[in-house]
Write a protein of this length. Structure first.
Length: 232
């Protein structure tokens, strides 16, 4: 696999692409990043969008523009004048018991059966928790926020064992956002939230697979990529 940091030369984007980039349009940016893989028919990458001011070293001169982290099974190819990649091979040596700091942008959902329908419907975990709390007559805003945060953490904790890791402490949550996209004449809605914390590797093979495949849904829209670092 390859882990890349991708910068965009915004001067070579048309007005629509520039608007999508600056607005954080997940679908438009997904299509932009596809240009790095001109010979592939199936999506070979996960990605995460950030701002340069958040991602670069403290002594760097940030442009305040979107920047992407990309994990791919195929080495990306620069698009001259548009997309530039800083690429390094990614094959972490994982051992059981290893502790790693992580960052994850995920789309946590829960499946609920709908009477009269064959397939369950997926709901935003946080909004589902909020609706259930309100059904119990909970109106206190702080309590609603606690219920929503708890649901987001439990979603990740439930997936940790089969994903090859365990949470060592409750992760920090931030940047909860609901997205609405239009694709081929239809509306797509999903949510995302950022997790940050420390995990312990419980099953190296499964954890490696989790890193490669991503965690959760909406991977085409910038969710699922787990960035890791060693904890000293």
């Amino acid at each position: 696999m390859y882990l890349s940091r991708v910068r965009v030369a915004t001067g070579n984007l048309n007005a629509r692409q520039a608007g999508q980039l600056m607005a954080g349009d997940a679908y438009g940016n997904h299509q932009l990043l596809w240009k790095l893989f001109p010979h592939e028919n199936q999506r070979p990458f996960l990605f995460r969008q950030e701002l340069e001011i958040d991602a670069l070293a403290p002594d760097a001169r940030p442009r305040g523009l979107p920047l992407f982290y990309l994990l791919s099974t195929v080495e990306p190819i620069d698009v001259p004048g548009l997309l530039h990649c800083e690429i390094k091979p990614f094959c972490p040596a994982l051992d059981a018991g290893m502790q790693l700091g992580f960052r994850l942008r995920a789309n946590p959902v829960v499946a609920r059966k709908v009477e009269g329908q064959k397939n369950a419907r997926h709901h935003d975990v946080l909004m589902d928790a909020k609706a259930r709390a309100r059904a119990e007559k909970t109106v206190d805003r702080d309590e609603l926020a606690r219920r929503m945060d708890r649901a987001a953490i439990e979603w990740l904790d439930r997936r940790s064992e089969r994903a090859g890791f365990r949470l060592l402490a409750e992760p920090q949550l931030s940047a909860y956002r609901q997205h609405t996209l239009r694709r081929r004449g239809r509306e797509i809605r999903f949510s995302s939230i950022d997790y940050q914390g420390v995990v312990e590797v419980s099953d190296p093979a499964r954890f490696h697979e989790t890193l490669a495949r991503g965690l959760g849904r909406s991977k085409s829209f910038g969710c699922g990529l787990m960035l890791i670092r060693r904890v000293d």
